[in-house]
Design a protein. Sequence first.
Length: 449
Amino acid sequence: MSELRLIARHAGTVLAGQLAVMAFGVTDTLVAGRHSPEALAALAVGSAVYISVYVGLMGVLQALLPVWAELEGAGRPLEVGRSVRQSLYLCAVASVLGIGVLVQPEALLRWTGVPDELRADVGHYLQVLALALPPALLFRVYSTLNQALHLPRLVTWLQLAGLALKVPLSMWWAWGGAGVAAEGATGCAWATLAVNGAMAALAVLMLSRQTVYHPYRLWKRPEPPDWQQLGQFLRLGLPAGLSILVEVTSFTLMALFIARLGTTAAASHQIAANLMAVLYMVPLSIAIATSARASYWLGARQPAHARQAIRTGLLLALGLATLCSATVWLGHAGLPRLYTQQAEVANQAAPLLVWVALYHLFDAAQTVCVFVLRCYRVTVVTLVVYSTLLWGAGLGGGYWLAYRGLAGWAPWARPDAFWAGSTVALAAVAAIFMPLLWRAVHRPMVPAP
């Protein structure tokens, strides 16, 4: 089977699951938006904090994909199993750290100037999601393992089942009914907790019952922490996780700064951010599939095959991104009305979607690049680039443009300023990552140990 078909099939399966997970957020946005503008604004701020914490920790675990894919390509299944067991120590530490941040968000909310009337609802929302974090990270280990072994369908089925449970629970607990009081955004968080717990439990059950996992002997008695291997995990995962944290916080911190502009601005930004996140699932799925194939071939000591997989994945991502961006550009006036019945919110969100269309093009290119660069253990430089451009030029430039003016322009005082700054910064990131990837894939391979 050709690399294009393999990557497309793998990516398509991953995309179905990722869209199901993303539909969790879409569901919450629609449910909260129809509850009240205040609930939608609280969801926008609370989800920005949670996503920043979750995605940063998730990135440390997701970065183990090339490790397990290389071991699979090298034909060393028992080492895959041992490596997975060691990763559980990393998952446990990540859970403790994430819970600590989520249960004490007050300092962050004060620093970013979130209005007082939103803080109580945001705090309640995050306290519930703190309980949902450990099963979410455990499921991420399961997901990463399956992606590395080219078994994404087993993850996707669970994610689709989770969506089927998430939709009615969010509606019930957010809107109330049948003896349950309406809780708005907090009700959506309770639904997330229930779904995450169910998905993690089913993942553990599948690992113990499915014959496809038997060669890896995952259920051996856990070894004591192997500090050397955990150190290798951290050398790969920590820069990768921090890079993802910078990328996501540069994006989600916009919600916190935009909240200063009022409920309408926060709600309109939430619509644009949610659509952007849905679009991101396409290049993300292709990047996961491409990195799994590239790492498999690197483990098999076939660098030419790895380069072919990378070329295929990059071209596929850019082609689909062009199609998606054109669709959003042409439909930017009508799409916001699918999210809200508030005319003022929809009108303010419409011009943001033009920026979303541009942002997505550059996002697709840099997403595939950064995933593949991890296969070649290039992580620190991506962290430096992200920190400088996404935090500095993107978020910082957007803040100055919105509230202080920039280069002779008066302050915009609207969400467009942040989207403009982030789009320009992401274009620069993509322009830097492309030559970095070219250099990495043409380096001579290190001799096998």
